[in-house]
Write a protein that binds this ligand. Structure first.
Ligand SMILES: Cc1ncc(COP(=O)(O)O)c(C=O)c1O
Length: 414
């Protein structure tokens, strides 16, 4: 039996000095959307008290699977997914999802599921075409004989997170990068030009581009898809950061942007370690339940279940942490945090503007962009920079004194 081994003093000293330095600097990591007020003390206390901390706990496959002997927290994963799915307007019992390893993992499932769904639609059209009553379907959908073999095109804006292009490469899907407007939204005129209606379209829509925090115009995208309908369409929303707060704002306009009933997307990926304030990478992937029909029903005999997910083992602790966070905060708690974040964003923009600094934030965005200040300010506040510009992302831990400190540092060198 293994016992806790004693940590060597030199190892402990090294780790402790690193921990102290990180804790001291955490409030200044402003270029990236991490909430440094994670407030998980009670969770970690509970983990220790129950002895769960000393257990290996993984989540495998679908949290809706049945007949499973391994330790699991599926019930909590289902409840956490359901809370988020319903915040995104998916009607009850029409969705499926799981807790991911992070934003990229969520996008990977969106693009993979999208490709499978498009292939599935092509196969179904082809089958219809071969049946006696297929005339109506094929004339409506304008499908050629061997469309099942037509590969999809992935469309994504140049300002969307780089993981989407990377995943197009990994999954070997031809990708069309759509130009972005100066404010960071997808240039829908370029989308119109690049859209090939003869091939299935897998569209990744950025609701919150990484650097400028701009939201792609879903209405304009839909209109173009109506004018020039591709043979099949799948829409995945990358809502890594914004998906954590848009559903909880008072504004119906804000909620509508990520509402599945209003926008008709097929899947979403939201990060757990951004607005949802987890202290390590995780997130949610949620899709329309019908999409699962198009996946290979890959049964893994030694696991005795069908595996829709790409990765096998995921963290069971992330599931518990997300569940803890969601059900201790609740909709009202998230509403207060979301309103606070946007109020602090507007305060920062107006204080910078008062000092003559041309700062701005896109609609519903908590990312504040301004001309790149001195290197000293950039490094001290760990700002993200691109060319002439820098940004900070206003999160829950921002307050007026912190904003004043930041404005002072930016103002000094402009
Ligand atoms: C919009 C967007 N999508 C996806 C990601 C990738 O998330 P992760 O770092 O968890 O893989 C990020 C990361 O910053 C992001 O900003």
């Amino acid at each position: 039996m293994k016992t806790d081994c004693k940590v060597k003093p030199e190892v402990l000293e090294k780790l402790t000095s690193c921990a102290k330095a990180i804790v001291l600097k955490r409030r200044y990591q402003m270029g990236y959307p991490f909430d440094q007020a994670t407030n998980l003390n009670a969770f970690y206390h509970w983990l220790y008290e129950t002895g769960l901390y000393n257990t290996t706990l993984i989540s495998v496959g679908s949290p809706w699977k049945e007949s499973w002997d391994m330790l699991d927290v599926d019930e909590f994963e289902r409840d956490a997914v359901s809370f988020m799915a319903e915040a995104f307007g998916f009607p009850h019992d029409t969705y499926w999802g799981f807790v991911t390893n992070g934003g990229t993992d969520g996008n990977m499932h969106g693009i993979y599921f999208g490709r499978k769904a498009l292939q599935g639609q092509m196969a179904a059209f082809k089958k219809n075409e071969n049946t006696a009553d297929s005339k109506k379907c094929s004339s409506d959908s304008n499908i050629a004989k061997d469309d099942k073999t037509i590969p999809p095109l992935l469309y994504v804006s140049a300002e969307a997170h780089y993981s989407v292009q990377k995943l197009g490469d990994v999954l070997n899907i031809e990708t069309r990068v759509i130009r972005a407007l100066p404010d960071g939204r997808m240039d829908t005129e370029d989308f119109r030009r690049q859209l090939d209606p003869g091939r299935p379209a897998l569209i990744v829509i950025a609701v919150g581009g990484t650097f400028k925090g701009a939201i792609d115009d879903q209405k304009a995208i839909s209109e173009i898809l109506k004018e020039k309908p591709p043979i099949a369409v799948y829409r995945h929303l990358d809502i890594a950061l914004f998906g954590g707060y848009l559903p909880f704002l008072d504004s119906q306009d804000a909620k509508s942007i990520i509402n599945q009933l209003h926008q008709h997307f097929d899947s979403v990926a939201v990060s757990g370690h951004k607005f949802l304030a987890m202290n390590e990478p995780c997130g949610f992937f949620i899709c329309r339940k019908g999409i699962l029909e198009h996946l290979h029903n890959l049964t893994v005999p030694y696991l005795n279940c069908v595996m829709p997910t790409i990765s096998c083992s995921r963290s069971g602790f992330d599931v518990l942490k997300l569940y803890w966070r969601i059900f201790t905060t609740g909709r009202e708690g998230f509403r207060e945090e979301a309103e606070h974040v946007l109020a602090m964003t507007h305060l920062l923009v107006s204080k910078l503007n008062e000092r003559g600094i041309k700062a701005y934030a896109n609609p519903w965005s908590n990312t504040v962009i301004f001309p790149r200040p001195s290197d000293e300010a950039v490094h001290r506040f760990c700002m993200a920079c691109s060319g002439e510009f820098s940004h900070v992302v206003v999160m829950q831990y921002f307050d007026e004194p912190l904003i004043d400190e930041l404005v002072e540092a930016i103002g000094k060198c402009q």
